[in-house]
Each structure stands twice: as C-alpha cells, then as structure tokens.
Design a protein around this ligand. Structure first.
Ligand code: LMR
Length: 393
C-alpha cells in the first residue's frame, strides 16, 4: 500500500544547507537558511543561554512529563516582552501554551482556526513557504495578496483590497516584524491603517512573530501587533524563540490566544492542548526551560538583550553596506535593503542568475532570490558585491 506514495522533493530551503556543506570552496558564502551568523560566520549558542543551560543541568531534578501545554513558566515569562510589561495578559484575555518552534505555533493556530470553522486565510505573497504548505496540509485555503512593491515597500493597496473582499469567517496572517522573505515591514502609520481595516472587517488576525528583537528592537518589533490586539476581540499569536534566543534546533516556540474574555481563552486553549496531544503529545522541554531560566534571572535577561542588540546592529551594518554599494551593481536596486528589517531581503534576480552566482561564485541563496543578510560579514561582503555585479550586470 505504501507504494501509492509518490516521491517528494526535499524542502528547497533546507536542501540548500546540504548543498552548501558539500561545496569544497573555502570562500563560499551561505545566504540560505535563516540562522544568525557573527562577523566570523559562526552561529554560537547565546552566552546567556549557555549559562542558563549550565544551571538547568545542575538544578533540574526530573524529566517527568509536563503536559501538552509544556513549560508554562516559560510561556508566562515571555509575555511581558511580547505583549508589554503593563498588564501582559490584558486582564486575563491572553494566555498561551508552549509549541515546538514557531512552526508548531503556526500549526496549532491554523488547526484551531479550522476547528473554529475558518477555512480561508488571507496571506501576503511572498511569504515563508511553510505557511502555505501547512495550510495545504490542513486542507485550508490561502487567499493571496501582493505584499511587496517594486520599490521595496509594502503594497498596502493590495492588502486593503484583500480585506475588502474578505468573507465572513476569514482570518488574515500577518508577519509581526522582519517579514520573511522580503524584510519589508509595515510602517507605524501603515499598522494604524491595518488595525482599522481588520477591526472593521471582523476577520481573525493570526500574527506570526518569529524575529522579535532583530528588526528595530524588542518593543518596536511588537508595536504593530500590540496595536492590532488593542483593537480586535480575538487573535492568535505564533511565537518563535529560534532566532532571538538562537535555539533553532531545540524547537522553542509558543502559541498565544487572545479571547473575548479569560473563559473563552481558556476554552480555546483546551482545544490547543488536544491538538498538541494528537500531533506531538508534549513539546520538547530543554530549550524552553533554558529560555525560562534566562527570563527569570535579571542578569541573564540583560545579557540576552545585549546579545540581541549586537546581532541587530551587525545586520544593520551589513544592510547599510549593501545599500551603499548600489552604484557598483548594475541592473539591481539595492537601496531599499537599508530600510528593510531582520534577516531577509529579496534580490530581484532570475533563476539563471541565482544558479550562476552559486556555481561561479559559491554564493548560496534561496530560489526566490531571498538572501540571509546575517550570512554577510565584513570579510565576505566585498566578494558578494562583486559576485552580484558579475551575474546581474
Ligand atoms: C528560514 O526561513 O530560513 C527559517 O525560518 C528556517 C526555516 O525553517 O525555514
């Protein structure tokens, strides 16, 4: 019977990791999968996380099950950063559960929406390829609108039209910050408009917040989402600690639910618990426990936030350097990269150019032309600009 299954291609983004590893060139450049890199090209464990892990190793006295909701100490310790230090639960209307990474949070959010009778999710395009893939797997429909204008800013007109055409019972998926793959975030004024149109349309916001702290800062990166939450009765928030705690392979994330009142939130979360139980039963503990220890310790929290600041500053420097090289690369507009946020931006290269830059110069980027800005360093950015000029010109 299993022979009825067709061969599937490897995930294109994750396959790039293996292609890059297999390339023997010493000066190859990895701008593929979204992991942060230092100016030496390394992805070290955060010092604050390392210290927390040491403490965990010494102090943890049991590995008995916690339940489908995972480590609620972690879930609650994160809330002041996500929802604001002032009444983070909004009078008990917001609560959450741990999930295996941001993907686990998204899976729960979409499946909860489906359980609530929602079938259509209005989604900007391009988006992270796993968004439509999860929706398709759940038998849900992604209703696309254009996200990015050619000048590297957000296409608000397309969003307005998509929401105007929304049907009763639709949801909208929004990237809270550091849009993946374009780096094109909404301005504060655009968020104000989005808040109004979403609230007027009565659609359910599902917000993917996977890069908090890596765009403009912890508070600024959550500001748009918080405005949405202040204006709507219900929302789902999918959170990832992959990047802002550097916990990628530990799979640390959360799903937060904002209901009309605390009772509704608790009821929705019981559905989340069942969905967790039938999918992964309980989330992995180690990474979430380490993040909780960081958040419970003022000294480690300070260290963690300083590490995040340094990452953000380094990526900003790379963005500025790239944008300043605009006049050296004919045929590509690099200037908007300086105004975009987070790990990613999209270069307007065609498939042949993306293949040529890989084969000729050892530069690996996603097939969409997405680059991981964090893969650039003071040491390799000059070579990257020359490679770009060669293939784009
Ligand atoms: C990315 O977009 O590169 C990251 O979110 C990693 C992933 O799982 O795709």
């Amino acid at each position: 019977m299993l022979d009825r299954l067709n061969q599937q291609p490897a995930d294109a983004l994750l396959a790039l990791i293996k292609l890059f590893d297999a390339d023997p060139r010493a000066d190859k450049i990895d701008l593929g999968v979204g992991v942060y890199r230092t100016d030496d090209g390394a992805t070290p464990v955060f010092a604050a996380v390392k210290a927390a892990e040491k403490k965990l190793l010494t102090e943890q006295d049991s590995k008995a099950y916690l339940g489908p909701e995972g480590d609620m100490g972690f879930v609650h310790a994160l809330m002041p950063y996500v929802f604001g230090a002032q009444d983070p639960s909004k009078g008990g209307r917001i609560d959450g559960m741990q999930a295996p990474g941001g993907t686990g949070g998204l899976r729960l959010a979409f499946a909860l929406a489906k359980r609530a009778g929602i079938n259509r999710i209005i989604t900007g395009s391009p988006t992270w390829p796993n968004h439509p893939q999860i929706l398709a797997d759940l038998g849900m429909e992604a209703v696309n609108f254009n996200h990015a204008l050619p000048d590297g800013t957000a296409d608000l007109e397309a969003l307005r039209a998509a929401v105007a055409n929304a049907q009763e019972g639709d949801a909208i998926l929004l990237h809270g910050c550091c849009h993946n793959p374009s780096g094109i975030d909404y301005t504060p004024a655009q968020w104000d408009e989005i808040v109004t149109i979403i609230a007027d349309a009565g659609i359910l916001p599902i917000i993917d917040l996977a890069y908090q702290g890596l765009g403009q800062g912890m508070e600024d990166d959550a500001a748009g989402m918080r405005k949405v939450l202040a204006a709507v009765p219900e929302a789902l928030i999918c959170y990832s600690c992959d990047k802002n705690f550097g916990l990628y392979r530990e799979r640390v994330g959360a799903l937060y639910v904002m209901g009309r009142d605390a009772d509704e939130t608790a009821k929705v979360l019981t559905n989340g618990h069942i969905l967790a139980r039938v999918n992964w039963s309980q989330p992995p503990d180690h990474g979430a426990a380490a993040a909780r220890i960081v958040l419970e310790d003022a000294g480690l929290t300070k260290q963690w936030l300083a590490e995040l600041d340094a990452m953000r500053d380094r990526m900003r420097e790379m963005r500025d350097t790239l944008a300043a090289a605009d006049n050296r690369v004919a045929g590509l507009d690099l200037t908007a990269i300086a105004t975009q946020n987070g790990l990613f931006s999209i270069l307007n290269l065609n498939k042949d150019q993306i293949l040529a830059i890989r084969e000729k110069h050892g530069v690996y980027m996603a097939g969409s032309g997405r680059i991981n800005v964090a893969g650039l360093t003071r040491g390799n950015i000059g070579k990257f600009i020359e490679a770009l000029a060669d293939v784009a010109g």
